[in-house]
Design a protein around this ligand. Structure first.
Ligand code: SAM
Ligand code: SF4
Ligand code: SF4
Length: 385
């Protein structure tokens, strides 16, 4: 069990929590059938793997500078899961029904030789013999350099985060003076390498980058890039989240509609987090050549009922919810325990069977002044977005 401490502003809340022990197996209920379901009947389809807790940005909503400063105690390399450990664990998740793996962080492209891990994951097959959908979320800063190698290793597509086109706004949000042009160059390199369809994530903070909504939409309309607006969330315990800085997705859509007419589209897959809107032509019909945007309403319209995502932290803890305060210690199972693959699969199955998490639904039922408060939560840079 590892307890780690950040110094300065919010020392108590920012302690990385200790891991929960893996629950003992309940005979026969956790076999890896590809159909594993939790207590609310939700399947296990999507695994997000954080490959590093470090980042070269200091986005104010994720890793604020005042906390993630030079004294911040990041995980030592020995604590990180190795690529072999990640692949071994991922294989058992796939046996339970995972079809999609997203690499994230921190900034995943900071992890050395990430292509080696991608190649290992790309070799996995579902119980039906299908390859996995493998993707990665990145701030784009290293993408221009790495896109071709990532594609060659078996990565299919990328999601790039970009919070505005105006340099002053973007620099204020990344807080390390990183220019927009370099992220756009990363997106262009990803496209040239065939990493598509590309998605761009924009976190919208009321009062900070809301006026970038329409320019961003205009910029990406008709390019094949799917822009998604994400409601600013109360993840972690360090970003000083306030409900009044959340711009609800319905307002985002209303603002877009005044400049660029939209029509609602069907969800592309069960458990899809984004609501899709297509650009309309002069007749008011969806025009696929103009493309689509998405809104991710994690705060104002909880999608817990369909949540099929598990998260594996940088040091091998299994989190069942983005807002959980503790994860289950899979690393000790693969590293120090004697667990064979069957035991590992059984453990994952047992944990998912017992899952009750539905944080956003519960938050929505609280009075506004109580939202975003409560139990300490793990940082997003540690378990991945
Ligand atoms: N560093 C990579 C990046 O920024 O794309 C990957 C990790 S980051 C934690 C994953 C995603 O979470 C990013 O799109 C980021 O914008 C989003 N994110 C981080 N903090 C958030 C918050 N408080 N609310 C909403 N989205 C957030
Ligand atoms: Fe880094 Fe991504 Fe968090 Fe920004 S959102 S600080 S780029 S991990
Ligand atoms: Fe899933 Fe937790 Fe988000 Fe609900 S709050 S959608 S359970 S990650």
């Amino acid at each position: 069990m590892t307890h780690r401490t950040a110094y300065r502003t919010i020392p108590v809340l920012d302690q990385r929590p200790g891991a929960l022990p893996v629950p003992p197996g309940a005979a026969g209920n956790a076999l890896a059938s590809g159909q594993t379901r939790d207590t609310l009947g939700r399947p296990l389809r999507d695994l997000r793997i954080s490959v590093t807790d470090r980042c070269n940005f200091r986005c104010s909503y994720c890793m604020p500078k005042e906390v993630f400063d030079k004294d911040y105690a990041y995980l030592p390399h020995s604590a990180l899961l190795s690529f072999e450990e990640i692949t071994r664990i991922a294989r058992q998740f796939v046996a339970h029904g995972v079809q999609k793996i997203r690499l994230t962080g921190g900034e995943p492209l900071l992890r050395k030789n990430l292509e080696v891990l991608i190649a290992q994951l790309a070799a996995l097959r579902t119980p039906d013999g299908e390859p996995l959908d493998i993707t990665l979320t990145t701030n784009g800063s290293l993408l221009a350099r790495k896109a071709r190698a990532l594609k060659a290793a078996g990565l299919q597509r990328v999601t790039v985060s970009l919070d505005g086109l105006d340099d002053a706004v973007f620099k204020k949000m990344n807080d390390v003076d990183f220019p927009v042009a370099d992220v756009l160059a990363g997106i262009a390199a990803a496209r040239a390498a065939g990493l598509g369809p590309i998605k761009v994530n924009m976190v919208v903070k009321r009062g900070t980058n809301e006026h970038e909504i329409v320019p961003m939409a205009r910029h990406f309309q008709g390019t094949g890039v799917v822009l998604r607006f994400i409601e600013y969330m109360d993840v972690g315990a360090t970003n000083g989240w306030r409900m009044d800085e959340v711009l609800p997705s319905r307002e985002v859509i209303a603002r877009l509609q005044t400049a660029l007419p939209l029509v609602a589209l069907e969800a592309s897959a069960p458990g899809e987090t984004a609501q899709r809107w297509g650009y309309a032509n002069a007749q008011g019909d969806y025009d696929p050549r103009l493309g689509e945007v998405g809104v991710i309403s994690s705060v104002t319209q909880a999608f817990c009922a369909d949540c099929n995502r598990a998260r594996l932290s940088t040091e091998g803890q299994l989190y069942l919810c983005l807002f959980a305060s503790q994860g289950y210690d899979l690393r000790s199972l693969v590293r120090t325990g004697n667990a064979d693959d069957d035991a590992l699969a059984q453990a994952i199955g047992n944990i998912w069977h017992g899952r009750t998490d539905r944080y956003s639904l519960l938050r929505a039922a609280l009075p506004p002044e109580a939202q975003g408060t409560g139990a300490r939560r793990v940082e997003m840079s540690y378990i991945g977005g």
